[in-house]
Design a protein around this ligand. Sequence first.
Ligand SMILES: Nc1ncnc2c1ncn2[C@@H]1O[C@H](COP(=O)(O)OP(=O)(O)OP(=O)(O)O)[C@@H](O)[C@H]1O
Length: 313
Amino acid sequence: MIEAQHLTKRYGPRTAVDGMTFTVRPGRVTGFLGPNGAGKSTTMRMVVGLDRPTSGRVTVNGAPYARHRAPLGEVGVLLDAKAVHPGRSARAHLRALAATHGIGDARVDEVVELAGLGAVAHVRAGRFSLGMGQRLGIAAALLGDPATLVLDEPVNGLDPEGVLWVRTLLRALAAEGRTVLLSSHLMSEMALTADHLVVVGRGRVVADAPVADVVARAGTAAVRVRTPEAARLAAALVRDPALRVVSTAADTLEVSGADAPALAAAAAGIGVVLHELAPVQASLEDAYLQLTGGEVEYRAAAPGTPTTPGASR
Ligand SMILES: Nc1ncnc2c1ncn2[C@@H]1O[C@H](COP(=O)(O)OP(=O)(O)OP(=O)(O)O)[C@@H](O)[C@H]1O
């Protein structure tokens, strides 16, 4: 379990983490989401004692990280997969870590196999691809069989098979009753892996809820309308500036800005027969963009938008 209370971190005049309070519970995967610069890495570094809070506190399994006598057995950490001596083999790297905690070679071999590194365990880490480095970082995080895992972008650089492996592994670790906190910018992957989300923006928690609730709160993104007269219906609907009409197939439109009954009435008004009228649930990505829309530190102007200084804030 990870418990943050009024956690705050300032770097000079910049407040990176601004009074965050949240609890990451065991038995589920909690996704940690937020735009670039929202304070995720800073928070994770404070969780594992690599940064000191300016104020507030954060505990792992009931105590601040630094108080644990065998931290590898409490919390497995993947923050920077490149933080490995390039001249050491994967196995030598894991053995060196294991030695600090009296963990035996049998466990090293176990995590090497678990991470799918058996064939390259003797290869120098400096020659590893990004994906192999990620696997080695995950193997290191699992070494002490910890009750809590903190993983920053664990699927970064992994191929589809690797992404699926991480998803299956994290879901299995949570099902065993462990606490899993993971950050990722891949919304579709987060939707498949996480049960619960803590969403942050500009150093503050903007949502702390089950994934399903976050998505449901975003409501419907659009209504799918299928009709043999799609072009005629679209021509009528686009006259209303409140509606956004996208043609997704010859006979299908996705319309946002009106609900299904209003669209049915509009179609009936011009004698267009409908074959399907279905609300389309917002995706996690839609929900995330709604939640963090005002919280983005750096935002590119939309094409054609004047780039007045300060206008992006
Ligand atoms: N060591 C530091 N010194 C000064 N400012 C820092 C330092 N570390 C982070 N920051 C600032 O704190 C804010 C939060 O950064 P952080 O890296 O925690 O965000 P993040 O949510 O992890 O972003 P990303 O998704 O880009 O990794 C940013 O504005 C960043 O520039």
